[in-house]
Design a protein around this ligand. Structure first.
Ligand code: SF4
Length: 376
């Protein structure tokens, strides 16, 4: 497997976007044609960067005769099950288009969507176990809802093939945080070892493109899986900003649930305000209003000591500093109140917000906690 540098430092810089894209496509093609069958796993969030990356990979595959399309490419999205409904709808629509294009175009692509384990969903942890709504100091959600499901998928591929290459649409120009992370993990070669996953190499083909170049390319082209990028452009315009990327390790997690990552979960209480939901509502998505109100309420009750237990679920007290008692999980009464409100919102907006399987787990945990509490 090659680990050659992407760009020869002796070459003149290539300024024209067309030439830059040609160079990126040539690089992707060169990596794909290496003499081994290590699968590619492309992290797809449905946002502009991973959409462009998926498009370039498909274009590269289509430029090859079918007999040379020998390595498997997995396009993998993650659904936290509490994604903003607008984003979730867009993601499902694009994934379905991709699935339908694979066979007629003879592409060696598997399209997959990962979800959290039912024991670790947002509602099971918040309503079942009573975890306080996530905050900067206790952001329990990213690991359980994003990193773990994607990691399981990648590990399965590594176990089957001995190694996997993860293609990410990250770009240095995305944010200062991203630039730092790119520099920290860049060994100056095309493939970098993944920060935490063994036998997984990371490949970032569009790392040097600017945001304008990404938009320009998308606006001037159509996706090989059919349709146009119009829905994507409209979604960004309505949301007024960034996206919550596909997260595969903790070093990338700081961008999840921040003001710059507005395409996150509709339940995200890490951000002060959900600006993307506000923008969508202004753009006419009235259905989101009850969801936004519910999110605001979830954030507010985190601060209400009367709704929090003084003890942890295992019966221990939680002190910090000079003996200051930290409230722990939501009380069982508060958990039931959150559940009842959630069911009411679910009926109001007429969309499934919590699944029957999650409700079963929530009821089981409540029963276990009720028994445990009698022993404290
Ligand atoms: S968007 Fe917010 S709630 Fe969702 S995983 Fe990220 S930090 Fe957690």
């Amino acid at each position: 497997m090659t680990t050659a540098a992407v760009i020869d430092p002796d070459l003149e810089p290539v300024d024209q976007l067309g030439d830059r894209l040609k160079a990126i496509l040539a690089d992707i093609r060169d990596e794909y044609l290496q003499p081994h069958l290590t699968p590619w796993i492309l992290g797809f969030s449905g946002g502009k960067d991973s959409t462009l990356l998926a498009q370039l990979v498909c274009e590269m595959l289509l430029s090859l005769p079918p007999r040379k399309r020998r390595r498997a490419v997995h396009i993998v999205a993650n659904d936290t099950l509490v994604e903003s409904p607008v984003i979730a709808h867009h993601l499902d629509m694009v994934l379905e288009r991709m699935r339908q294009a694979v066979e007629p175009l003879r592409l060696p692509i598997a399209v997959a969507k990962t979800i959290p384990d039912v024991e670790q969903t947002f509602w099971v942890n918040l309503i079942g176990r009573g975890y306080p709504s996530p905050s900067r100091v206790f952001r329990w959600c990213t690991d359980r809802m994003k990193i773990a499901p994607t990691t399981t998928y990648i590990k399965t591929q590594v176990d089957e093939s001995g190694q996997a290459i993860l293609l990410l649409g990250v770009r240095s120009a995305e944010s200062t945080q991203r630039r730092r992370s790119v520099i920290r993990y860049d060994n100056g070669r095309r493939l970098n070892p993944h920060n935490s996953l063994q036998n997984c190499l990371v490949y970032k083909p569009i790392v040097d493109l600017s945001t304008d170049e990404v938009w320009q390319t998308l606006l001037q082209s159509s996706p090989p899986w059919g349709g146009t990028h119009r829905a994507l452009v409209t979604m960004y315009r309505n949301a007024g900003g960034g996206e919550c990327p596909l997260v595969t390790d903790k070093s990338e997690a700081p961008s999840c649930g921040t003001a710059s990552s507005r395409f996150g979960c509709w339940t995200c209480t890490v951000v002060e305000k959900d600006k993307s939901a506000e923008s969508f509502i202004e753009a006419g998505y009235g259905d989101l209003e009850p969801l936004l109100e519910f999110r605001d309420w979830l954030k507010a009750i985190r601060e209400d000591g009367s709704k929090r237990m003084a003890k942890r679920r295992n019966g221990t007290l939680n002190f910090v500093g000079e003996g200051r008692l930290i409230p722990d999980p939501f009380t069982l009464t508060a958990r039931r109140e959150i559940f009842d409100r959630l069911i009411a919102v679910q009926s109001e907006v007429n969309m499934q917000l919590v699944s029957p399987a999650e409700i079963d787990v929530i009821r089981r945990i409540w029963a276990e906690d009720t028994i445990a509490m009698t022993k404290f």
